[in-house]
Design a protein around this ligand. Structure first.
Ligand SMILES: C[S@@+](CC[C@H](N)C(=O)[O-])C[C@H]1O[C@@H](n2cnc3c(N)ncnc32)[C@H](O)[C@@H]1O
Length: 190
């Protein structure tokens, strides 16, 4: 009897050790693949991951006056909140572009959780052709906005809407400016 109990205990101990080992490996995987890139994107010189509050997201979507079937981009989509919200509530083809792996993965997971209606791409927005965009959302630092401006001038058709959170497009005249708490939303039209 004692022998049986001992072998049962050894078996249990083996399972617990295996489980702990698996958990440790999983944690290492999460730290290396998600948390490290997520944290490093916070310190990115390009545009750190600072999510727009949901109140401002809803206001940005309202200002965009989106129409069903429209092609909508968020360049630097972070956790994907703008495109996910747009795809869910406005029936548009919403595409989020995110450069950093951690934030891209977060956006992919959130999109999956909310029914996978948006498209989340991992890329630098500079490599994305914007000629089919009807609306572009962005929350990018001024230096990157300059790159975006060049792209818009080159690729976008007249009438394309640009909705920028907090950062202006230099020398462009916004069609609309809206303050929401500490945030400012700018609507531009090509
Ligand atoms: C301030 S956050 C905004 C996130 C999201 N658009 C929002 O409003 O909640 C800027 C995001 O742009 C991403 N980003 C910075 N440079 C980028 C680039 N060249 N191409 C694609 N994404 C970029 C950052 O990783 C970050 O997630």
């Amino acid at each position: 009897m004692e022998k049986f109990i001992k072998s049962d205990m050894n078996y249990l101990l083996g399972i617990v050790t295996l489980f702990c080992l698996f958990l440790l490996l999983f944690l290492i995987f999460i730290i290396l693949t998600i948390l490290f890139p997520l944290v490093s994107s916070f310190f990115s010189k390009e545009a750190p991951f600072v999510p727009t509050s949901m109140k401002v997201v809803r206001e940005m979507l309202k200002i965009a006056s989106l129409k069903e079937g429209e092609r909508v981009y968020d360049l630097g989509c972070g956790d994907g909140r703008i495109v996910i919200e747009a795809a869910r509530h406005y029936k548009v083809k919403a595409i989020g572009v995110e450069k950093f792996f951690g934030t891209w993965l977060l956006a992919k997971l959130r999109n999956f959780f909310y029914g996978g209606k948006a498209i989340i791409l991992r890329d630098d927005f500079r490599r994305i052709n914007l000629s089919s965009a009807q609306t572009i959302f962005c929350y990018l630092l001024p230096e990157i906005m300059a790159d975006l401006e060049k792209k818009i001038k080159k690729e976008c058709f007249p009438g394309t809407k640009i909705i920028s959170h907090d950062f202006k497009i230099k020398d462009w005249q916004p069609e609309k400016i809206k303050k929401v708490g500490h945030s400012t939303i700018y609507l531009y039209r090509v």
